[in-house]
Design a protein around this ligand. Structure first.
Ligand code: SAH
Ligand code: MG
Length: 218
């Protein structure tokens, strides 16, 4: 990606990448590079920019994340304000190990509470929080289950942000050969429809990154 302004060769994506370019903290940059090189599916920059802005504007302090991977998004959230706490759930042991190390190296053990478990196996009442914001970024087939389970711990006026609602644009593919992928795509489409029709929340869908939805609890 060319980060310099290039008037002859600009398109919308390049232009916004250029406008949003900031000098990143070196450690964050290294963590991102590690994730990209090792195919860890971390949040895209533009989606992260949106969520960070929302956290700041809404002054969200208690965040719950489903799907930590190596802790990249959780670390980015926690670095915004020392009053922010992130409870983040990850089921893959290797990911948990790496996330733990990364959280430690950023000195964020006090702010980030990493839970090593399948998010569907936890007693959500034990999290003991009235969360301001829930970020759903784990197994795409289970989005609705995560939503239904964890919004019990979301305060009124709080929000759920869901990542990857376009699933790499496979949502628009009409001829998917792989049966599992086809079922996954169907699940995500159903989730989006279900969100659209869920009148307990006010949901908006954004064409940013891999697609992001924001659902505010009425
Ligand atoms: N939020 C991270 C990326 C998460 S990638 C970031 O942006 O930095 C998705 C992660 O969800 C994977 O590590 C996967 O192991 C985890 N995951 C998938 N299903 C899960 C489940 N049911 N419970 C907990 N973690 C899950
Ligand atoms: Mg994601």
């Amino acid at each position: 990606m060319n980060y310099n302004y290039d008037g002859d060769n600009m398109n919308k994506i390049k232009y916004f990448t250029y406008l949003n370019l900031i000098t990143e903290n070196k450690k964050i940059h290294d963590l991102k590079t590690y994730a990209l090189e090792n195919h860890v599916p971390i949040i895209q920059k533009e989606s992260l920019d949106l969520i960070i802005t929302i956290i700041k504007v809404s002054q969200s302090k208690k965040i719950l994340e489903i799907g930590s991977a190596i802790g990249y998004s959780a670390i980015n959230f926690a670095l915004l304000n020392e009053k922010i706490t992130v409870t983040t759930i990850e089921r893959d042991e290797q990911m948990v190990k790496e996330a733990k190390q990364n959280i430690k190296s950023f000195n964020l053990e006090k702010q980030i509470h990493l839970i090593s478990s399948d998010a569907l196996l936890i007693d959500e009442h034990e999290l003991g929080h009235e969360f301001d914001l829930i970020f759903i970024d784990a197994a795409k087939s289970q989005y609705q289950k995560f939503f239904e389970k964890y919004t019990k711990c979301l305060r009124k006026g709080g929000m759920v942000i869901t990542d990857n609602i376009l699933f790499h644009d496979l949502i628009f593919e009409t001829d998917i050969k792989n049966r599992n992928t086809r079922q996954l795509v169907k699940k995500i489409k159903n989730y989006n429809e279900w969100l659209k029709n869920n009148h307990l929340f006010d949901t908006r869908f954004f064409n940013i990154g891999d697609g992001v939805s924001i659902s505010i609890k009425k």
